[in-house]
Design a protein around this ligand. Structure first.
Ligand code: BGC
Length: 778
């Protein structure tokens, strides 16, 4: 047992009750399907950290605060709304509200089950007046019925016949704590839902609301099945912000009263309140018709299929085995049924980052989904495509051609008020292009290419052609932009941005050659693609000959070094303790930047350059962002620091479970969870996919005995098993797959192909910034 969780391969069990860590537990035990998300609050509603019921894409607008404004600053931001809460099932035991802060909790545990896709809870509680009950509940957010959640709540008196009252609520406008210091945000989120409609009958109720600013409409409904051998008095009421079904019964000792609650949600920017109500009624009818047992069975079948194509087995470290499955489960929950909505940085696990999506989606989450649940990756890219008009408008506003995608957003509009690390972080365009190319290569999804893919590549390429320029020496430069490292801003020729833009330009030209019909529709001429190829060919890639390393951006290696020895541990993350004015002028890297470029554009560097570049940038990278460790693991493994790679992998895997950034309370770090997969597959598996070919170069750290992962490539599912000396490849379903193993070509079929792993001597580890060694478990 570490960090309060019992270690088990397929579940996360938390025994006992720790009121100080309620917030964090709610994020960790959150259930979602990409469309609807419920934080892992206690059924009774209290004690609570943050309530949290989210509908992907449902937000309120707010004015962005500026001390001084400037041309092109976005005026309005968006923020995720905690919608009507249907998770609450209150219990009164002989008049006493069941509340674990009072009385005595004899037993309490919660289990997040990665195979059943449910959260189970078991509590034995004695009320302050000495009455003991056992409560069992199980909750799911359905992967197969995306508008539906269900809760089975069962209570049993243990030492006497008891009068029990169960109240099942739909509650809108719950009080939610907001970030201190931003009164406009607090104002936008103060009772954000305006009541439109309330109705109740039998054991069912519906509430409909809309938001003031964004004008989005939603409806939430609930219906119930009661299973109790005796007689019960039932009542239902609905007011503007509260609907309640009350069940009162005398329950004999040892007997069970069992309530199954079905909750359905719908929202829209266009549909009317009656239409939403009808949608919710229909979803409830379907849910009741399906019934709890079949919902459970469908959930299990959905997850069985997921694990069939996505599971990672880790032999030799049970805690990491659990953490990797936890990561995969939450990535699935963030993206499975988003269906042309964004995948937020926190998924639907909390209100952190205002519920915004970033480049995290394309660069971290989509690589995982592309190879495990390709449809979900396609849907996320279709969301980007659906926002193209906004991105084109934003580019026009800033005097640029093509499209400029937002740095952070829910609805496709730029939502950041800090332009140096937002508007200037134009690499997000290239990240979207990169994810598009990867998705197309891995799936061959032609309808997507025709409808969305080529257009995404073309409009992003057009941006580079606009913001870059040829200098007198003939180099194509991209100046004044911000790369992934947010401790450097407005830099010239950031190598990550330039390499990714190069790939973007090249791939856009290729796509147009492949699909002249679509290129014609988009008005792409032969001259335009020739220009793209030329710009890509002559892209400036700064290099310091004296040091023999690439420059993260021009002159970066000439900046003063950050004084790491004089920086106390409690001053990290640096952005909370030092001014950007200082950070931007020094050699200190928040997160993998050039190191990420070496992973995503591996052919742009020789093996020797990778070794030198990695070592150089390790010495100045502080990992103040959780997006870093997984990527550093990949390059550490590639250049021969396998035990460092293992440590970074461990850090990525435990970021939320051990709360390493101290902020899991507001939601999980979905990109870091994805970094866990990237560290396994890209790091220890050495998988690279950048040139349309599947390549592996597996190597296992000595801390592990074996790793096995699965990926889906062009509809075929392959399994890769790695031990210290060999890698075994096998097609689990589908046809033969061509791949490279440490550079050699092989064709893999459904019989195992076992290949030796070339051994190499370990290299001495790189120097790391003082006090910033990777996390080590206590
Ligand atoms: C990172 C960004 C990231 C954002 C959301 C920031 O701390 O520096 O790269 O997109 O968090 O996860």
């Amino acid at each position: 047992m570490t960090a309060g969780f019992e270690i088990a391969p397929w579940q996360l069990r938390w025994c006992g009750m720790d009121f100080d860590r309620l917030h964090r537990a709610e994020s960790i035990f959150a259930l979602a399907n990409g469309h609807l998300g419920l934080r892992g609050t206690l059924d009774e509603g209290e004690p609570i950290g943050l309530p949290g019921t989210y509908l992907n894409g449902f937000y309120e607008t707010r004015q962005l605060p500026y001390a001084e404004t400037g041309f092109g600053y976005p005026e309005q931001g968006q923020t995720v709304v905690n919608v009507t809460d249907g998770k609450i099932v209150r219990l009164l035991v002989e008049d006493e509200p069941m509340d674990m802060r009072y009385g005595k909790t004899i037993d309490h545990e919660r289990v997040l089950d990665f195979r059943s896709g449910t959260m189970r809870r078991m509590t034995v509680w004695t009320s302050p007046t000495g009455r003991t009950v056992r409560i069992r509940s199980e909750r799911l957010v359905s992967f197969t019925e995306r508008a539906l959640a269900a809760i089975r709540y069962e209570v049993q008196p243990l030492d006497a016949d008891l009068e029990l009252v169960v109240q099942s609520d739909l509650l809108a406008n719950e009080p939610v704590e907001t970030t201190p210091g931003d009164p406009r945000l607090a104002a936008a989120l103060d009772r954000p839902l305006v009541a439109d409609f309330a109705a109740a009958h039998d054991l069912a109720a519906v509430l409909a609301h809309h938001t003031r600013g964004s004008g989005l409409r939603m409806a939430a409904g609930m219906d119930h099945e009661l299973d109790f051998a005796g007689s019960a008095r039932c009542d239902v009421r609905a007011g503007e912000d509260l609907a309640r079904v009350t069940i009162a019964a005398d329950v004999p000792e040892g007997q069970r009263l069992c309530l199954t609650k079905y909750c359905a949600y719908g929202w829209s920017s266009r549909r009317s309140t009656p239409a939403l109500r009808a949608q919710v009624d229909a979803a409830l009818a379907a849910g009741l018709d399906t019934g709890w047992d079949r919902l459970l069975a469908r959930q299990r079948a959905y997850l069985d299929e997921f694990w069939r194509t996505a599971d990672i087995e880790i032999d030799g470290d049970p805690e990491l085995q659990q953490a990797v499955r936890f990561a995969l489960f939450h990535i699935l929950q963030a993206g499975a049924r988003g269906e042309t909505r964004a995948i937020p940085a926190k998924g639907l696990t909390g209100p952190g980052y205002d519920g915004h999506s970033f480049w995290d989606t394309e660069t971290f989450v989509l690589p995982v989904l592309t190879y495990t649940v390709p449809n979900a990756a396609g849907d996320a890219l279709r969301w980007r495509h659906a926002t193209l008009d906004k991105a084109r408008r934003r580019a026009r506003e800033l005097g640029q051609p093509g499209a400029m995608f937002p740095w952070r957003s829910i609805n496709g509009d730029e939502g950041s008020g800090y332009w140096p690390t937002a508007t200037a972080a134009v690499h997000v365009d290239a990240d979207i292009a990169d994810a598009t190319v990867r998705y197309l290569a891995a799936t061959g999804d032609e309808p997507f290419e025709t409808d969305c893919g080529v257009e995404l590549l073309v409009e992003t390429a057009r941006l580079w052609a606009g913001i870059g320029h040829f200098d007198p020496s003939g180099d194509f430069r991209i100046d004044g932009v911000t790369g992934p490292d947010e401790y450097s801003a407005l830099a010239d020729n950031n190598i990550y941005t330039n390499l990714m833009a190069q790939r973007n330009l090249h791939e856009a030209a290729q796509a147009c050659a492949r699909r002249p019909d679509v290129a014609g529709r988009l008005g792409v001429s032969a001259e335009e693609t020739a220009r793209w190829r030329d710009q890509a060919k002559r892209m400036s890639l700064p290099y310091n000959e004296d040091l023999g390393v690439h420059e993260q951006s021009e002159n970066f290696t000439r900046y003063a070094r950050w004084d790491f020895a004089a920086t106390p541990a409690e001053n990290y993350p640096l952005l909370l303790h030092y001014p950007y004015f200082d950070l931007y002028r020094k050699q200190v890297v928040k997160q993998a930047d050039l190191t990420l470029a070496m992973y995503l554009c591996p052919n742009a560097f020789t093996a020797e350059e990778k070794v030198r570049d990695f070592d150089y940038y390790e010495a100045v990278t502080v990992r103040d962002s959780s997006l870093s460790a997984g990527i550093q693991a990949v390059l550490a493994a590639e250049v021969g620091h396998l035990s460092l790679a293992f440590d970074y992998f461990t850090e990525a895997a435990l970021t939320d479970l051990h709360d390493l950034h101290n902020n899991a309370a507001h939601g999980l770090h979905i990109a870091s969870l994805a970094g866990t997969w990237i560290a396994c597959v890209g790091g220890f598996g050495g998988m690279r996919d950048n040139d349309g070919e599947l390549r592996f170069a597996p190597r296992l750290p000595t801390a592990l005995n074996r790793i096995s992962f699965r990926i889906v490539w062009r509809g075929n599912c392959i399994r890769v098993d790695i031990d210290a000396e060999t890698a075994t490849y096998r097609v689990l379903s589908g046809g033969a797959v061509a791949l490279r193993h440490h550079g050699e070509r092989h064709t893999i079929g459904d019989a195992s192909t076992r290949l030796p792993i070339p051994q190499r001597p370990p290299r001495p580890g790189p120097r790391l910034p003082h006090g910033r060694e990777p996390y080590r478990r206590p």
